[in-house]
Design a protein around this ligand. Structure first.
Ligand SMILES: Cc1cc2nc3c(=O)[nH]c(=O)nc-3n(C[C@H](O)[C@H](O)[C@H](O)COP(=O)(O)OP(=O)(O)OC[C@H]3O[C@@H](n4cnc5c(N)ncnc54)[C@H](O)[C@@H]3O)c2cc1C
Length: 421
């Protein structure tokens, strides 16, 4: 069995190793000349005195894999079952496409000047790291976990951070209740959040201030985080709404023998598709795609779960938000632990929001915010991926909730609130 894998990020390396372990003859093509430094390590340049080379990588290609660096695949011929690499073609029995993501070319209309940082590659993180000592206050533009984590890293260096984004923080992974609660916690921790687009950057040679909805934020730098989207090569297969390769729970795409994994793929979900742009998802999807490319039939119920901590507050998410659910045409509702009880509760209290399908009670998504939220990571993923219903959760006083010292867990509390909806 000849398996070709395209891209040596976490997904491609897992796929190549998994297929090789099952006895396939594996060729791995990577367009970079050297083993690429993993994207999720780039932000470490801001908190450590580490050279990029020192960051290294946490994954390793097994020796049986024929790894070809500096050989990018320009196109895939799905009929002839071959990939084009420069002027050569290589045929395959099975193919795993794991070409990751790239920056979506959103407009960045501000003229180049000192103090403007667009965080789109490792070099931009290094450039920012070099001048951190000169910065007193910065504006971070973005709503993602990466924007927040960077703000947190800068705060720990004594830099004052204002986050400016029209949708607020973590807009795509939190609903309005959880987002408002998190923003309150973050502001208590020292982050200023301005919900607005950026209108202009003040300063002739260098950034002096940012204007957003009429308010002026004095700043030495504007650090902006562009959006990332799937980056598949030229290939005739069905695509998802963001242009990624559409795959099923076995990582198969619409053409037999071709698999997708990691950031370049979108998983079919209801009437649409889901993107899971995390390292761990990429690794798992790669493992499954590699095994199946070598003749297995491995399957996963992916729930898209994440765990973060910003400014001392944890955030744990799994599944989809209410807005997403409505976008898929589902009759869904949201239920939370009482917000007053939570906002006035002692430090460490948790806000739990459950998103569920009204007719079946099926839990489609969960968001937990609070100091102890990260300890709910695995549980949230288990609840969503095992398709539990709110009635299953409402009266569970059992070891499932041993994490919670109080009588009733925040998950049960939210589920009980939701039973009447
Ligand atoms: C700055 C940043 C920080 C992040 N931090 C985190 C984090 O803390 N935790 C987390 O879980 N996730 C994080 N992520 C997301 C995570 O890095 C990605 O989800 C993960 O890297 C996806 O792995 P992948 O293998 O699918 O793609 P990638 O890591 O993008 O790898 C794709 C590989 O394919 C190669 N390639 C592309 N096109 C071709 C081609 N045509 N031919 C051959 N090779 C090709 C690329 O050179 C690259 O090496 C972060 C992302 C960014 C940008």
């Amino acid at each position: 069995m000849r398996v070709v894998v395209v891209g040596a990020g976490p997904a491609g390396v897992s796929a190549a190793n998994a297929a090789s372990r099952l006895g396939a003859r594996v060729t791995l093509f990577e367009k970079s000349e050297k083993f690429p430094i993993e994207k999720c390590l780039w932000p470490l340049t801001l908190c450590r005195d580490t050279s990029p080379e020192g960051l290294g990588t946490s994954h390793r290609i097994e020796s049986e894999v024929d790894a070809r660096f500096g050989e990018g695949v320009s196109a895939v011929d799905t009929t002839k079952k071959s990939v084009a690499v420069g002027s050569r073609t290589t045929v395959f029995d099975s193919l795993v496409v794991s070409t990751g993501s790239s920056v979506v070319q959103d407009s960045f209309p501000f003229q180049r000047k000192a103090g403007l940082f667009r965080m789109q590659d490792l070099a931009s993180f290094q450039r920012l790291a070099e001048v951190l000592g000169d910065l007193g206050r910065v504006v971070v533009s973005g709503s993602t976990a990466l924007a927040l984590a960077t703000g947190d890293a800068l705060r720990q260096k004594g830099i004052e951070v204002t986050l400016v984004h029209p949708a607020g923080v973590l807009a795509s992974s939190l609903g309005t209740t959880a987002r408002a609660f998190l923003e309150r916690k973050l502001e208590m921790g020292g982050l200023k959040v301005v919900r607005s687009p950026i209108d202009s950057v003040v300063g002739v040679r260098r950034v002096e201030a940012i204007v957003a909805s009429g308010s002026v934020q004095a700043a030495d730098a504007l650090i902006s985080f562009p959006a990332w989207g799937p980056n598949p090569p030229t290939i005739e297969v069905r695509k998802g709404s963001a242009g990624g390769i559409l795959i099923d729970s076995r990582m198969r795409c619409s053409v037999m023998g071709i698999f997708g994994a990691g950031d370049c793929a979108e998983i079919s979900y209801r009437s649409g598709s889901l993107q899971m742009m995390y390292r761990s998802s990429a690794e798992l999807m790669g493992e499954l795609a590699g095994r199946n490319a070598a003749g297995s039939s491995a399957e996963a119920r992916l729930s898209g779960a994440s765990v973060h901590a910003f400014y001392g507050t944890g955030v744990c998410t799994a599944g989809i938000t209410l807005a997403d659910a409505r976008g898929y045409g589902l009759d869904a509702a949201e239920t939370s632990t009482g917000s007053e009880e939570v906002s006035e509760g002692p430090e460490g209290e948790l806000l739990c929001t459950l998103v569920f399908e009204r007719q079946t009670g099926l839990v489609l998504g969960m968001q937990i915010v609070g100091t102890r939220a990260p300890s709910y990571g695995e549980l949230s993923a288990t609840i969503v991926s095992n398709r539990l219903r709110i009635v299953d959760l409402a009266f569970q006083d059992n070891p499932l909730f041993a994490l919670e010292p109080s009588d009733i867990s925040p998950i049960s509390a939210a589920a009980r609130e939701g039973l009447d909806k």
